[in-house]
Ligand binder design. Structure first.
Ligand code: HEC
Length: 266
């Protein structure tokens, strides 16, 4: 009898195991965020492709957008004002840009902390002294430093451009955007704490370019790419020279091979 019960329990166990293994899993309800999240838009720049070079005028416009809009919340701590000479500003212009900001220092006479106008070797002005202060001012969200953001995010430039131009759509029926957040399908959670930073004609470009949201987003994205990878042009040039050198070397090696083996009979 005990043996029979044992066998029955064994069968039952096997049955439950097989049943569990063979019944298909119920399809999980699709995650609405995954459905709404979009891949970045396609966008090309003067510096795209293996031979592209930066468009200096565009970088300067991008800096203007950063300075007049983004720098209210985002720092770019890896840049010093003098780096702006690399995108075509003259030393005098750089001096003037730096002098618009104040940095803290010590009064040599009294030893008290005080401020002085920034000079070209100073790092870019930081809008908040630290992350806590930045969060306190931004609904507990942290506006990241933008120096390396193009390298820090998948699809770099395309992502930043899409994010900046991705506002303004109404979320689908039934999708609730939490209080204090904004709908943007290019952000990973489709709700971003950053309010739409760009609106048409927000800046006035000195070169007469029309400041549409699309144009400003392109310009500032190009500027952020330069900031993250200022050596891009040098790196590409070095690559091309290296390839040319290797090609010439290959021809020389082939010719010397012919020469060395010329007299040898098969
Ligand atoms: C009013 C403040 C404010 C301004 C102005 C602002 N941002 Fe932001 N930004 C934020 C905050 C806050 C976040 C963090 C968002 C989050 O985590 O939900 C953020 C996040 C970002 C991110 C990162 C998104 C990610 O993937 O983590 C990028 C890129 C960005 N901002 C670019 C810009 C650019 C470019 C400008 C200027 C055109 C700009 N921001 C202007 C507040 C601002």
């Amino acid at each position: 009898m005990v043996r029979l019960i044992g066998i029955a329990i064994g069968f039952l166990f096997c049955f439950v195991l097989m049943w569990a293994a063979l019944t298909p899993r119920e399809a999980a309800a699709p995650d609405p965020v995954k459905l709404l999240h979009r891949h970045p838009k396609e966008v090309t720049f003067a510096h795209s492709g293996p031979f592209g070079t930066f468009d200096r005028a565009q970088l300067q416009r991008g800096f203007q957008v950063y300075k007049e809009v983004c720098s209210a919340c985002h720092g770019m701590y890896h840049l010093a004002y003098r780096n702006l000479e690399e995108i075509g500003f003259s030393p005098e212009e750089v001096k003037a840009i730096a002098a618009e900001y104040e940095v803290s220092t010590i009064d040599q006479a009294t030893g008290e902390t005080t401020t002085r106008p920034a000079i070209p070797s100073d790092k870019f002005y930081r809008p908040f002294p630290n992350e806590t202060a930045a969060r306190a001012a931004n609904n507990n969200a942290y506006p990241p430093d933008l120096s390396l953001i193009v390298k820090a995010r998948k699809d770099g430039e395309a992502y930043v451009y899409s994010l900046l131009t991705g506002y303004g759509e109404t979320p689908p029926e039934g999708f609730e955007v939490p209080e204090g957040l904004n709908y943007n399908p290019y952000f990973h959670s489709v709700n971003i704490a950053m309010v739409q930073p760009l609106v048409d004609d927000q800046v006035t470009y000195a070169d007469g370019t029309k400041a549409t949201v699309d144009q400003m987003a392109r310009d500032v994205t190009a500027f952020l790419r330069w900031a993250a990878e200022p050596e891009l042009e040098r790196r590409r040039k070095a690559g091309i020279v290296t390839l040319a050198f290797l090609a010439i070397l290959t021809v020389l090696a082939y010719l010397s091979y012919r020469r060395v083996w010329a007299g040898v009979q098969h």
